[in-house]
Design a protein around this ligand. Structure first.
Ligand code: CO
Length: 449
C-alpha cells in the first residue's frame, strides 16, 4: 500500500485546556516548551482563538494579542492555527463586516497561519466575510462543517456544505465534531465521500465525550483523512481530543505513520502533566471529567449538562432534571434542529430549562426570539409554526444575511474607547474592546495607564 502519512495538529495550547481546564492555561505555562513543541514536526499548533481570547482578558490578566505575538516569536517553523466563529468572531453575537475583516487581518499580521472558520448553523452566509478576509490576508482559510445528528443532517448536506466552502475559497475542510457524536463508520463514509467530492485536504476534529473518538479517527484514517487533531495526554480524552502519543503509536509502522517521534512527545507530556497540576491548583478546577455516552441520546455536550444541572439546583428545581433531558431534544426540533455549539447550545439549553421550570414558552429569552427571527442565520429545518407564533407573533423572519443589517462598528468603537480615556488605543485594543467591552476596559485601566 502506498505511504500516506497523516498530519497531526496539536491542540494542547487551545482546545485541550479549553475542554479540560476551563481555558485557564497561561502563556507562562506554555513558554518553557514552545521551542520543543516547534521541534516535534506537527503540521500545526492550534494555539489561539475559540475561548482563549475571552479567557485571557477575563481570567488571566493577559492581553490575547500579546500572547499571540509571544507564541509566534518562539514558534518559528510550525504553523499557528486559530478557531474563529465566523461572523461572531470570538464573541457570542454577530459583528459588522468591518470588525470581522480587521480582526482577521490583525490575527494574520500578529502571526496566525491557518484560520478554521465555522458557523453554529452551518449558514455559509455567516462565513463569507471571514473567509474572504482570510484569503485577502494571504492565510490558509479552513472551512468547518459543524457535525451533528438530526433528521435534517444527512451526509449529502455536509458534502454540499463542503463544496460550497471550497467554491468560496476554502483551502481545506474540517469536520468539527464538538460533542463527540461522530461514530466510526459514519466518519468512514463521510470522509470517503468528502475525499471523492472535493479536492482539498480533509481534517478531523472530534472530542472523546461519548468515548468513541479514537476509534472514529482510525476509521477516518482508513477512509483517507489527511489531518487529525489530537492533544498531548495530560490534556486529552474525556471532553477533549484523542491523545497525541496514542494516535501516533497507533499509526506507527502503517502506511499512515505520522513520522513523529514518541520520545519527544513523552517529554512534552511530562511537562504538561505538571502544568495541569499547577493550573488545577491555582484555579481550583475539577479536571476529573468522565466520559459521558448520554450525549448520544440527549445531544447535549457534557460540560453543558453539568452547567444546566447546577443552574436548576440553584433555582431549587433539581427534581426537574429528568424532564430537562427530554425537553432539550424537543426544543431543538421546534427551533429548527440547530447543531448544538456556541452560541446555539446555550440558546436551546436555556429555553429548555425555562420550559421545565416555568411552563413551556411562558418566558422566552431575547436570544431565542432572535434565533426565530433569523438573526443568527438559517436554521437547518423550519421553526415549528406554533412556536414561531409564540416567540415573535406575526413579525416576519428575515431571509437575508444577518450581518447586512449591522452598520460598520470600528469608528464607533474607537470613539467610545477614546471617551473612556484611551484616545490613542492601538487597533488590537480597539478590537479587544469591540468584542468584550467591559473586561477589555478593566484590562486597559490596569495596564495602559
Ligand atoms: Co473542539
Amino acid at each position: 500500500m502506498e505511504k500516506k502519512p497523516v498530519k497531526i495538529v496539536e491542540t494542547v495550547l487551545r482546545d485541550g485546556h479549553q475542554s479540560l481546564a476551563a481555558t485557564r492555561m497561561r502563556i507562562s505555562d506554555m513558554l518553557p516548551v514552545l521551542e520543543q513543541l516547534d521541534d516535534v514536526g506537527y503540521y500545526a499548533l492550534e494555539a489561539w482563538g475559540g475561548a482563549t481570547f475571552d479567557a485571557c482578558l477575563r481570567f488571566l490578566d493577559e492581553d490575547p494579542w500579546e500572547r499571540l505575538r509571544t507564541l509566534r516569536k518562539h514558534v518559528k517553523k510550525t504553523k499557528l492555527q486559530m478557531l474563529l466563529r465566523g461572523q461572531n468572531i470570538l464573541g457570542y453575537n454577530h459583528y459588522a463586516d468591518d470588525v470581522v475583516k480587521e480582526f482577521v487581518n490583525r490575527s494574520v499580521d500578529n502571526g496566525i497561519d491557518i484560520i478554521r472558520i465555522f458557523d453554529a448553523l452551518n449558514d455559509v452566509r455567516n462565513l463569507e466575510c471571514a473567509m474572504r478576509a482570510t484569503k485577502d490576508a494571504g492565510a490558509h482559510a479552513q472551512g468547518a462543517i459543524v457535525y451533528t445528528v438530526s433528521p435534517y443532517h444527512k451526509d449529502d448536506d455536509f458534502v454540499k456544505l463542503a463544496q460550497d466552502l471550497v467554491s468560496m475559497g476554502a483551502d481545506s475542510i474540517a469536520i468539527k465534531d464538538m460533542a463527540g457524536l461522530l461514530r466510526p463508520y459514519a466518519a468512514y463514509n463521510l470522509v470517503k465521500t468528502l475525499k471523492e467530492k472535493t479536492t482539498v485536504p480533509i481534517e478531523i476534529h472530534s472530542h472523546c465525550t461519548s468515548g468513541m473518538a479514537s476509534t472514529t479517527y482510525l476509521k477516518a484514517v482508513e477512509a483517507g483523512v489527511d489531518i487529525m487533531d489530537t492533544a498531548l495526554s495530560p490534556f486529552s480524552r474525556s471532553t477533549s481530543q484523542p491523545c497525541t502519543e496514542s494516535e501516533v503509536a497507533m499509526l506507527e509502522g502503517t502506511p499512515w505513520d505520522t513520522g513523529l517521534e514518541l520520545q519527544k512527545l513523552h517529554d512534552l507530556a511530562d511537562y504538561f502533566q505538571e502544568v495541569k497540576k499547577n493550573v488545577g491548583y491555582d484555579f481550583n478546577l475539577n479536571m476529573d471529567i468522565p466520559i459521558d455516552p448520554k450525549v448520544l441520546t440527549f445531544q447535549i455536550p457534557g460540560g453543558m449538562l453539568s452547567n444546566l444541572l447546577n443552574q436548576m439546583k440553584e433555582q431549587g428545581s433539581a427534581d426537574k432534571y429528568p424532564d430537562l433531558l427530554k425537553e432539550m431534544p424537543r426544543v431543538r426540533a421546534e427551533l429548527g434542529w440547530p447543531p448544538l455549539v456556541t452560541p446555539t447550545s446555550q440558546i436551546v439549553g436555556s429555553m429548555a430549562a425555562l420550559n421545565v421550570t416555568l411552563g413551556r414558552y411562558k418566558m422566552i429569552p431575547k436570544q431565542v426570539k432572535d434565533l426565530v427571527r433569523g438573526k443568527y442565520g438559517r436554521t437547518p429545518a423550519p421553526i415549528d409554526p406554533a412556536i414561531k407564533k409564540l416567540c415573535i407573533g406575526d413579525e416576519p423572519q428575515i431571509d437575508h444575511r444577518p450581518a447586512d443589517d449591522i452598520p460598520p462598528q470600528m469608528e464607533a468603537m474607537k470613539d467610545k474607547l477614546a471617551a473612556a480615556g484611551f484616545p490613542n488605543a492601538s487597533i488590537d485594543d480597539v478590537l479587544s474592546y469591540a468584542l468584550f467591552p467591559d473586561v477589555a476596559l478593566a484590562y486597559f485601566n490596569k495596564h495602559r495607564g
